[in-house]
Write a protein that binds this ligand. Structure first.
Ligand code: MG
Length: 158
């Protein structure tokens, strides 16, 4: 078994859709980024690649490559999971924490987890998405940014 950690932070920007785990979450602003800015998926992709020792998201999906401009980050997750499977591993489970003041993610956590599970081709029960505020501290606390921590456990296929 191997474990990987991922982290990402994006600024909020008015007029963009808020994409989290591939799901559009209603909010007055979205996350800035070259792709769709889905910080949750970016953190999970980094954890996944890290677990398998395959590098990081920037090496595969560079934000200077016009090919990925505006791209759904579900595509990154799909490609990263294929690389991990090709390296002989299967995903055991994913756990993620989203740090944001708003929006409240309670109504969306389950659907986000299901979407991530579906893309990884694993059971929804193997994906956990949690959300908390930053207690109004710092840039996240002021509602200017959203951050995500994620861990992924993988095991060698027999
Ligand atoms: Mg990112």
């Amino acid at each position: 078994m191997r474990i990987g950690i991922g982290y990402d932070i994006h600024r909020f920007k008015k007029g963009r859709k808020l994409m989290l785990g591939g799901l559009e979450v209603p909010h007055g602003a979205g996350l800035e980024g070259h792709s769709d800015g889905d910080a949750l998926l970016h953190a999970v992709v980094d954890a996944l690649l890290g677990a398998a020792g395959l590098g990081d998201i920037g090496e595969f999906f560079s934000d200077t490559n016009s090919r990925w401009k505006g791209m759904s980050s579900l595509r990154f997750l799909d490609e990263a999971s294929k690389k991990v499977r090709a390296a002989g591993y299967r995903v055991v489970n994913v756990d993620a924490v989203v740090l944001t003041e708003l929006p409240k993610l309670g109504p969306y956590k389950k659907r986000i987890a299901e979407q991530v599970a579906q893309t990884l081709k694993i059971s929804p029960s193997a994906v956990s998405v949690k959300a908390k505020t930053n207690e109004r501290l710092g840039e996240i606390g002021k509602g200017r940014a959203l951050a995500v921590h994620a861990v992924v456990l993988i095991e060698k296929k027999r």
